[in-house]
Write a protein that binds this ligand. Structure first.
Ligand SMILES: *Cc1c(COP(=O)(O)O)cnc(C)c1O
Length: 396
């Protein structure tokens, strides 16, 4: 019996001996919790996003970053926050955990990002914030979104989970709004296992977010238990346990040093996919907008049953049989029972997000993919799609 091809795991992180060595060094140092490596990671991340070191706070997830950002932004209980239906559930859940009310505004069918006109249409007297998600790393239209926010006196909090490298008109994403929230989850562009970062425009707001992320305590443990003598802390607010560990920062420090090399690798894979799929009846990602930098986090293709002769789920199954892992980013938020039950939402209310979510499939784009892996993905996609549409391509 022929050996099976190894299963190509979707979103596998690119980890090397240097990440392993830094984690071992961290363990040998005896300092596992929040400490010097977390401080260095914050410092280097601030440099990468071109903000001051006192404008960032490392936390243990992007979900945590979103949660404490919304509290630190001082929004009133029950206020409405406008966001996209084409996002991970964490975006919406964080709004609810901050005692705020999520309001969805549909996406642009081409960019897959929240449509500024739909934001404007969703504004009510209770709206206090906009939470744009830079889908797949493609920047939202931040000039228009910031203008709307200014006109209506709204806070902007950016979900930058896909957008570590992204820029809009030369400015790093995460620095337009009051807060930018980043993820270092295992599938993201910089990996710490679990991890996140808050970037804040206002140093007082980011200081409050940092305090909320560690029990609402006035001084963090690194300073309390260091060699400068015991320091009493005060609990100033009822906070959370959201701090990043040095063990996580150890991975992040090495990963961040590779962020541009990994982006270049994904760019090469992206171009290869664009070229290899150009003649197939698939929807491909829209080219990046002028004067923007795309984070290239997800390469999503659209499987239109009418054009492809198969459903999206049929495509996913066929890829799985070819031992290639895929993802779905995302079934629109109102497809999930909780949001239907709790908010009375129906997918049809946001037709673009619904339609994209039912047709989309994400192909492997990890910088850990070898050239052979990439060619394997291409061959599988071409074989699966062409098997269903032989006439169109042979005949036309
Ligand atoms: C991954 C992700 C999050 C959550 O990030 P965590 O670090 O896992 O909490 C939030 N929003 C979007 C768009 C994401 O993709």
């Amino acid at each position: 019996m022929a050996d099976l091809d190894p299963f190509l795991v979707f979103g596998a992180p690119a980890l090397g001996e240097d990440e392993i060595a830094e984690v071992v060094a961290c363990m040998r140092s005896g300092w596992l919790g929040t400490g010097p490596r977390t401080a260095r990671f914050e410092h280097e991340f601030a440099g990468y996003r071109r903000v001051m070191p006192n404008q960032v706070a490392a936390v243990n997830s992007c979900t945590a970053a979103l949660h404490v950002s919304m509290i630190a932004a001082g929004l009133e209980r029950g206020a409405e926050v406008i966001t996209t239906p084409l996002t991970f559930c964490a975006t919406i859940n964080a709004i609810e955990h901050a005692a705020l009310k999520p309001v969805l505004a549909d996406v642009d069918p081409v960019t897959q990002n929240i449509d500024p006109d739909a934001i404007e249409a969703a504004i009510t007297p209770r709206t206090q914030a906009i939470l744009p998600v830079h889908f797949a790393g493609r920047p939202c239209e931040m000039d228009r979104i910031m203008a709307i926010a200014e006109r209506h006196g709204l806070v902007v909090i950016e979900d930058c989970a896909h957008a570590i490298e992204s820029e809009f008109h030369g400015q790093p994403l995460g620095t337009f709004g009051q807060f930018g929230c980043f993820s270092f989850y295992v599938t993201k562009n910089v990996v710490t296992g679990e991890g996140g970062m808050i970037v804040g425009r206002d140093v007082e707001h980011i200081a409050r977010a940092r305090m909320l992320a560690l029990h609402g305590m006035s001084k963090d443990a690194w300073h309390r238990f260091g060699d400068t003598g015991y320091k009493h802390y005060q609990v100033l607010e009822c906070g959370f346990k959201y701090n990043m560990m040095d063990l996580q920062a150890a991975i992040g420090l090495v990963q961040l040093a590779k962020v541009e090399a990994h982006w270049q690798r994904r760019l090469a894979i992206w171009h290869r996919y664009d070229e290899a799929f150009a003649d197939l009846p698939l929807g491909l990602p829209a080219p990046p907008a002028p004067n923007t930098r795309h984070g290239l986090h997800l390469y999503t293709v659209m499987i239109d049953p009418g054009r492809c002769g198969m459903t999206r789920d049929g495509f996913l199954d066929a890829m799985n049989t070819a031992r290639i892992g895929t993802g779905v980013h995302y079934l629109s938020v109102p497809e999930h029972p909780y949001y239907q039950r709790h908010h009375g939402w129906r997918p049809e209310q946001w037709p673009h997000a619904m339609s994209l979510g039912r047709r989309t499939a994400s192909l492997p784009l990890s910088p850990a993919l070898s050239d052979e892996d990439v060619e394997r993905v291409i061959a599988a996609v071409r074989r699966i799609v062409l098997a269903k549409v032989p006439n169109r391509l042979a005949g036309a």
